[in-house]
Design a protein around this ligand. Structure first.
Ligand code: AMP
Length: 479
């Protein structure tokens, strides 16, 4: 099967695909589109970047064109940026239909969203938390007639990670009709398969990419073994090399915390690299603006936490650098999947410290591929080491507090400020507090003991007095 027409899609949709350069179905589309058109529930597990979004957008649009009404389809996805990306694909492919979509995500104005929901859009793309908020707080829209429920990055939605979506999902599922098609898609689906099966109503059509490896062949997967202290110098060296050699390439650097993300961004800017960041401690509008600037190649370097690890589709990304080795193979797969998408080439480089070697082994086992060492001229790295470390320290001490106080208008001594910016100071304060507490406790104990002793003394006095009285009385009686 080599054309979208033979999958059962209408001519107007095939034409629309062609206009966007989507000519031949990818395997996930070839397998899942006919099943969805047949009316079956579907679970699709395919490598990231293999056209999963279009695999559900196309059949939904076809069905919508046959019987258009709102709200026809609900798509749930774990991150706000992914929601925008999915809505964009619906909008572009569904343009001839005059498709009306609505994006419901946190960090944006709730009243505007409520108004949009009440206008009965054809497609709602949402993150679970904000949609559940709307369900709890308003009765101006109904989802009781939706035809399609789609869980994109389904495993993330159903796993109980740092953001647990299960409560919100329960609230959402309650207002959906039992008679619907449920479609579940992800690049790493198998672990939570049993849970997913419970959600799908009928016996679902299941399709999984046959390939043994979970990453694409076009991806050149590398590692660099480095001591923790030299990591940043390697990073700067790599960025310098890639930007010198390929001025049209974009790079994503993943790191583990929001704080690190911000520090690295500031540091790279100090070295004059056009850098922008994406993490969950930024205001939502800033997140969208930064992503748009990166997509438009205004900035060629994006430093991100795992909020950007899944699904984001940016064709110019040629390199992914893991500043920290991901703790879970699954996260590695999603991170490196930001490059080498839709048949293009890409490179991923993971910075590995001596403490991360076991993590690399479990990643290699999962992806069934051995990471190759990336050759680096160590002399060049050592030349910049001191400058890099001094710059980092300066960013940590001077620039980071300024950023967070501005971002959140935090007071310098507020709890959250101290936790984010000065964890060491927070630890010191905690220790001091503990000391004061234990001193207070000792003091209290001493007072109690003193009181007891005093009472004891008074009692003793009373008793001896009574004895003396008794003795006196007895002496008087005998006299
Ligand atoms: P996804 O895996 O859905 O994030 O898609 C990755 C990229 O592949 C997106 O830029 C899509 O526009 C593109 N794409 C989707 N389907 C096809 C196709 N059949 N042929 C070529 N590119 C495609």
């Amino acid at each position: 099967m080599d054309s979208f027409l033979s999958l059962g899609l209408s001519e107007w949709l095939v034409k629309q695909c062609k206009q966007l350069g989507i000519n031949k179905p990818t395997p996930v589309q070839e397998n899942c589109v006919p099943a969805i058109l047949e009316g079956r529930d579907c679970m699709g597990c395919a490598k990231t970047g293999s056209g999963k979004t279009a695999a559900f957008v196309l059949p939904v649009l076809q069905k919508l064109s046959e019987d258009p009404y709102g709200i026809f389809c609900l798509v749930l996805t774990p991150t706000r940026e992914l929601a925008y990306q999915i809505a964009e694909q619906f909008r572009v492919l569904g343009k001839p239909l005059g498709l009306r979509d609505c994006i419901i995500v946190g960090g944006m104005d709730m009243v505007t969203q409520a108004l949009e929901l009440s206008n009965q859009p054809h497609v709602v793309v949402a993150t679970p938390g904000r949609l559940a908020d709307h369900i709890r707080s308003s009765n101006t829209f109904s989802m009781s007639k939706i035809k399609f429920l789609i869980l994109d990055e389904a495993d993330r939605l159903l796993e109980q990670g740092c953001t647990d979506f299960t409560k919100d999902l329960e609230g959402i599922l309650e207002i959906l009709p039992a008679k619907r098609q449920t479609l579940l898609f992800s690049a790493t689906l198998t672990d939570t398969l049993h849970e997913l099966k419970n959600i799908a109503m009928n016996k679902p059509f299941f399709w999984e990419s046959k390939s043994e490896t979970r990453t694409v062949e076009e991806l050149d997967q590398r590692y660099i073994l480095t001591p923790e202290k030299v990591k940043d110098a390697y990073l700067i060296h790599l960025i310098q090399k890639f930007t010198d050699e390929h001025d049209d390439w974009s790079l994503i650097i993943f790191t583990n915390t929001c704080k690190n993300c911000q520090i690295l961004t500031m540091m790279l800017r100090e070295f004059n690299f056009p850098t922008i960041s994406l993490h969950s401690m930024m205001k939502q509008k800033q997140r969208f603006a930064n992503l748009a600037k990166f997509k438009a190649s205004v900035y060629k370097i994006l430093i991100a936490t795992d909020v950007a690890a899944r699904g984001l589709d940016i064709p110019t990304v040629q390199v992914v650098i893991n500043h920290n080795t991901p703790g879970l193979p699954k996260i590695y797969i999603h991170r490196v999947g930001r490059t080498a998408r839709a048949g293009r080439n890409g490179v991923s480089i993971t910075l590995v410290t001596q403490y991360d070697i076991h993590l690399v082994h479990s990643i290699e086992e999962k992806i069934q591929t051995k990471l190759k060492e990336y050759p680096v001229e160590e002399k060049e790295v050592h030349k910049i080491l001191t400058q890099v470390n001094v710059t980092r320290r300066e960013c940590e001490i001077v620039r980071l507090p300024l950023f967070f106080t501005f971002q959140f208008q935090l007071k310098k001594n507020s709890k959250i400020y101290l936790q984010i910016i000065e964890p060491e100071l927070t630890a010191k304060r905690k220790a001091e507090l503990e000391k004061i507490k234990s001193q207070k406790k000792k003091f209290k104990q001493k007072i109690q003991e003193n009181i007891q002793r005093q009472k004891h003394r008074q009692l003793k006095k009373k008793l001896t007095k009574r004895k003396q009285m008794k003795r006196k009385k007895a002496a008087q009686e005998t006299a």
